[in-house]
Design a protein around this ligand. Structure first.
Ligand code: FPP
Length: 258
């Protein structure tokens, strides 16, 4: 439900934002927003801080944006938190990133439960440390009956690997007679992906000025609107999110038609 009063009260300190909120129309709020949260390292470097300080600040922004997206009536928020390529980073940084879900959910889970947010995760669980997986699975379990915003963490996620896994699964099902070639439509193939049950993103946001997809939701983003900003993720706020939604609302989505 689009709760304009709640939005107004929560953001009373920003008149810019209030103006934006008034303009946002309930029916045009994107249902699924996906975000590539980039620029944590550069944010830290600019302040002569270690890179992990940027990730920690970025975690706080996740909290802020989750609240805002939920209040705005977004149905699904997918956040690229750790890619299959991120293992190449220094061990100390990887270890720090793996501890973030525990810290984030340790303090934020009660609010997520209360605010009717459902936590989900997509990605390869095999290589995640036990404590990382435990904290995420605990949150998934605690929020599984919630039917408000779906907060979907892409954790150890890579889109090519996801598609390849789906193809292998289809082949297995085909050999077992569960599915045949004629039945394999785009919709059915989508159900083999990790986003099964979710709509495709309407809007993709990437921060920090990089204009690429970095192996993120390659199938699901086929018809999404893209919005790129130079703002580094730790500096990203509700106002930027509202701006992205505003731009989205002005775009004409034709899905290949006229
Ligand atoms: C990319 O910035 C960011 C990441 C690899 C990590 C993103 C994670 C968070 C924002 C926190 C996640 C929070 C939870 C709760 C899981 P970068 O390090 O590549 O930045 P750079 O390009 O400036 O170096």
């Amino acid at each position: 439900m689009f709760d304009k009063m709640k939005l107004w009260k929560n953001n009373i300190d920003s008149s810019d934002l209030q103006e934006r909120i008034i303009k946002l129309k309930e029916q045009q709020v994107p249902s699924h927003v996906a975000i590539i949260m980039d620029g944590n390292g550069r944010w830290a470097k600019k302040r002569s801080l270690p890179r992990v300080a940027g990730h920690h600040e970025g975690m706080k922004v996740v909290r802020k944006i989750t609240r805002f997206a939920n209040n705005l009536g977004v149905k699904t928020l997918t956040l690229y938190a750790f890619s299959t390529e991120n293992w190449k980073r220094p061990k100390m940084e990887v270890d720090f990133l793996m501890k973030l879900p525990e810290e984030f959910l340790g303090t934020f889970l009660p609010e997520l439960v209360q605010e009717n947010v459902q936590v989900r995760m997509m990605g390869n669980k095999d290589f995640l440390p036990k404590f990382t997986l435990n904290s995420i699975e605990k949150a998934i379990e605690a929020t599984k009956h919630n039917d408000g915003l779906v907060l979907n963490f892409a954790m150890n996620y890579g889109s090519r690997a996801e598609i390849l896994e789906a193809v292998k699964h289809v082949l297995t099902d085909s050999r077992s007679g569960i599915i045949d070639e004629e039945q394999l439509t785009e919709e059915v193939f989508s159900s083999y992906l990790m986003t099964d049950g979710m709509s495709d993103p309407d809007l993709l946001i990437r921060t920090s000025g990089e204009i690429r997809l970095s192996n993120f939701m390659l199938w699901q983003l086929a018809y999404s609107e893209f919005w790129f900003t130079d703002v580094l993720w730790p500096d990203f706020n509700e106002n930027h999110f509202a701006e992205a939604v505003e731009v989205f609302q002005k775009r004409q989505r034709r899905f290949g038609g006229v």
